[in-house]
Write a protein of this length. Structure first.
Length: 336
């Protein structure tokens, strides 16, 4: 869906098509050879109320329906959340001690009534400028803050909650979405999709919560005119940073991998390109708030100039795989 535009805005081509044509020249040879395309995307999801308690399948389960597993990350930017919506809390997993049989009972009741599966779960109040790691197999019912979501490029899921906050019904086909035809009606199969031990992990919050982590000592970065932090960092498959360029400063930022970016605040220049955070976007309007930085450009270094004397530039950068990342909170480099 994303497209690349010419400098004057007259020509447009899908990012997918550009990657297919230029391959590693855009996304890096390592990612092209591994995935034959750009394997992640990000979105800003701004829902009024909570979503159903649902799960994304791992690679093995997703392969049974011709898809890939889905790992995603959440971050709640303060710039996009002047209001919490109807329910700024997210349910994750289950309470320690919950049994598979208890969960199966709620799934069997899906079409009969409110199955109240979240009675078996715990909700966490969402805190601005923090986030969560959400691996495949973890049940989650995202809350109503506008959420930045870097994730693997897959739409595989199943919804296990039958009635939402506000009495909204969830159709039964979504319970069996991405279930092989021969398994439809098999509630034990749905239980098997879950990463059970981590859904009931007693230290779930400590394991999956993420607060920003500076990439270097803050004082050293501020002396050079910026602050950069990892905000999504517990999985090597997808990750993200927040970059703040201080008022009036010009900096050169280097990364080891290609990335997309969203502007959250401020205005200035990204190389030769104007960057700005629009106050209002009309349908079909071109804006200067979203860019893709190729792997060669990221490695050479991107010059960013803040043209405001008072307002910082704040932008979010999402990566597929970035060799700069040490899996913070996991204690080692490697895949998640």
């Amino acid at each position: 869906m994303s497209y690349v535009v010419s400098a004057d805005g007259s020509k447009r081509v899908l990012l997918k098509e550009m990657v297919e044509q230029l391959k590693g020249q855009v996304i890096g040879d390592d990612i092209w050879e591994k995935h034959r395309g750009w394997p992640m995307y990000s979105k800003l999801f701004d829902n009024l109320g909570p979503l159903p308690h649902h799960v994304h399948h791992n690679d093995e389960a997703a392969a049974r329906v011709g898809q890939k597993g889905k790992h995603e990350m959440y971050f709640y930017p303060s710039q996009l959340n002047n209001h919490g919506g109807e329910f700024p809390y997210t349910f994750f997993g289950f309470n320690p001690g919950v049994t598979k049989e208890q969960v199966k009972e709620t799934l069997v009741k899906f079409t009969k009534d409110d199955n109240r599966i979240t009675n078996l779960s715990r909700s966490y109040r969402l805190t601005l400028d923090t986030g969560f790691d959400v691996p495949p197999g973890i049940l989650h019912a995202p809350g109503s803050l506008c959420t930045y979501e870097p994730q693997f490029a897959s739409d595989v899921y199943a919804m296990y909650q039958s009635v939402l906050h506000g009495e909204h019904d969830v159709p039964e086909p979504l319970l069996w979405k991405d279930t092989p035809p021969e398994e439809i009606g098999n509630f034990d199969y749905l239980i098997g999709i879950l990463d059970w031990e981590n859904n009931i992990h007693p230290d779930f919050y400590q394991k999956y919560f993420m607060s920003p982590k500076p990439v270097r000592p803050i004082e050293a970065m501020q002396a050079q005119g910026y602050v950069e932090e990892w905000i999504c960092y517990k999985c090597k498959q997808v990750s993200a940073k927040r970059l703040t360029v201080l008022p009036g400063e010009t900096v050169i930022i280097r990364d080891s991998a290609a990335y997309g970016l969203y502007m959250l605040q401020g205005y200035g220049k990204l190389g030769v390109w104007d960057i700005e955070t629009p106050a209002l976007i009309r349908y079909g309007q071109l804006t200067n708030d979203e860019y893709f930085v190729s792997a060669p450009a990221a490695k050479a270094g991107v010059t960013i100039s803040n043209h405001s004397k008072t307002d910082p530039i704040v932008l979010l950068k999402h990566f597929s795989e970035n060799s700069d990342l040490t899996l913070l909170g996991k204690g080692t480099k490697g895949s998640c």
